[in-house]
Design a protein around this ligand. Structure first.
Ligand code: BG6
Length: 254
């Protein structure tokens, strides 16, 4: 903690917490755009925070992404995880397997020696198939568990980066650009005021649900994500932000 004081990280945390009006902010040293290990440091900080929040039968919902993959890698077993259930926050959002919420959920639970349930729903569904699939008992059961989660851990992406990574269809791409989306989280795209301008349709947690979850932790860093973080946080004041120095310095600029 002395070291964090010397590095000025505590000062950065205080400034960002006040400026973005968040529940809490944790800043780790470095910039994950430059050094890959910084993502792991955010992961370590996130794991420590999760452990503080666990109480009895907690359901923890997680999204996909490389940052959440780093959180999973840093997870360590703890007797506290015996009664914890990990679930993916939402169904498929067009990510590669390694970045999918299901993959990360299973990995995190294995590392924690906790339990997990997965969502087996295809990404692109017609309206009718979608309606019948969410009534399937096995799917419905998992969806109910997701809705009952009291901790949600998620990543935040730059809108354009995410839209491209998901191989978004040209007409949707146009909509995202025309509406000046700068941030993405949970498959929702936000403009710089934090207003939703587009969403990917899938089952699981919806943005309205996120606002009601007891503990929400956003993990996102790198100077290149500062704009996205700032925009997303405008509508997520009850969240805890775990970020890095690279993003933090941009967040307090001007
Ligand atoms: C995706 C999530 O899997 O990861 C997005 O669905 C999130 O909501 C993104 O923005 C973040 O990815 P990364 O690799 O930048 O951590």
């Amino acid at each position: 903690d002395m070291m964090r004081e010397v590095l000025g990280l505590k000062e950065l945390e205080k400034k960002i917490k006040n400026r973005l009006q968040l529940r809490d902010v944790i800043v780790v040293a470095g910039d994950s755009d430059q050094s890959p290990w910084v993502k792991k440091e955010m992961g370590r900080a996130c794991v420590a925070r999760i452990k503080e929040l666990l109480e009895g039968n907690t359901i923890v919902a997680v999204t996909g992404g490389t940052t959440l993959a780093a959180v999973a890698e840093m997870m360590t077993p703890d007797s506290k995880y015996r009664d914890v259930l990990f679930v993916p926050a939402r169904g498929g959002l067009g990510e590669d397997v390694k970045n999918q919420a299901n993959t990360i959920c299973a990995r995190m639970a294995e590392k924690a020696m906790g339990r997990y349930r997965l969502l087996h729903v295809p990404d692109q569904l017609s309206h009718e198939t979608y309606q019948s699939i969410i009534e399937e008992p096995a799917i419905k059961e998992v969806l109910d568990l997701i809705k009952a989660s009291s901790i949600v851990i998620h990543g935040i992406g730059d809108a354009k980066t995410m839209a491209e990574r998901r191989k978004t269809a040209p007409e949707e791409m146009e909509k995202i650009e025309k509406n000046r989306a700068v941030a993405e989280a949970f498959g929702y795209y936000f403009d710089q005021e934090g207003k939703v301008v587009h969403k990917v349709n899938t089952v699981g947690i919806q943005l309205e649900d996120v606002q009601k979850v007891k503990h929400v932790i956003a993990v996102a860093g790198g100077a290149s994500k500062a704009k996205a973080i700032k925009a997303y946080m405008k509508q997520a004041h009850h969240s805890v932000l775990i970020t890095d120095e690279g993003a933090a310095k941009e967040l307090i600029r001007d």
